[in-house]
Write a protein that binds this ligand. Structure first.
Ligand code: 5RP
Length: 229
């Protein structure tokens, strides 16, 4: 796609959503993430739906969109593995580590990513950062542990606040809550992810370092840039 004006963020998302089709294996089941960029991918996937078996989805929202477009959605437990998982990110660093969970789907995203041989991240260039942490880090927590976990983040210099929806704590697809943690600078993503994973009551921390991206299709003013990690 070329344009004599700068592409909007929405257009960049469409561009990378379409580019991700190159990573879809014909006849296969595709792992599908969540978010506005993935919605563009799902729309593109619908144009080749007769060439794939279906999808494993990472959220109720993506499941509804896939189903509405005639793409069969398989339960994660019904597949032994996936060739590829395609998802967006809130931040991605130079080594492919990411912050995810802006759409509150981080737990299922990590599960579906774990099933896949390859994680293809689709993102516009605003998501590229030198160090993770400017975007508030989403952490899915068991509600009774939320205050304790917030104190542990405070000890690391972070400020954790419950994510709200309609004035009440947002309830995830898994029936849990989300803390958004501001003020962190995550210089060692794998170490940070391992540490927070061990805190009682943490369901999933939104650092994807142990399951980082293998490829990032980055939407830029000059088109899609492919980064490999
Ligand atoms: C959802 C996610 C999304 O991938 C992330 O929030 C990016 O979303 P978008 O494509 O809308 O910017 O992790 O939980």
């Amino acid at each position: 796609m070329t344009a004599d004006r700068a592409l909007t963020q929405d257009e960049l998302k469409t561009l990378v959503g379409r580019a991700a089709l190159d990573y879809v294996v014909p006849g296969d089941i595709v792992g599908v993430g969540t978010g506005s960029t993935v919605n563009k991918f799902i729309d593109a996937l619908a144009t080749v739906r007769d060439r794939i078996r279906g999808a494993v989805s990472s959220s109720e929202a993506s499941t509804a969109r896939l189903a509405a477009l005639g793409i069969e959605v398989f339960e994660a437990n019904r597949v032994d593995g996936l060739a590829v998982y395609i998802d967006g990110a809130d931040e991605i660093d130079a080594s492919g580590c990411m912050i995810k969970g802006g759409g509150a789907a981080l737990t299922r995203e990590k599960i579906v990513a774990a099933l896949a041989d390859r994680f293809v991240c689709i993102a516009d260039e605003s998501k590229r950062v030198p160090v993770l942490g400017r975007f508030p880090l989403p952490v899915e927590v068991i509600p009774m542990a939320a205050a304790h976990i917030a104190r542990r983040f405070a000890a690391l210099g972070g400020e954790a606040t419950p994510r709200l929806a309609g004035g009440k704590p947002l309830v995830t697809d898994n029936g849990q809550h989300i803390l958004d943690v501001r003020g962190l600078s995550i210089t060692d993503p794998p170490g940070f992810e391992s540490e927070v994973n061990q805190w009682p009551g943490v369901v999933t921390v939104g650092v994807f370092a142990h399951q980082k991206a293998n490829v990032c299709l980055l939407g830029t003013a000059h088109g899609v840039r492919t980064l490999t990690f």
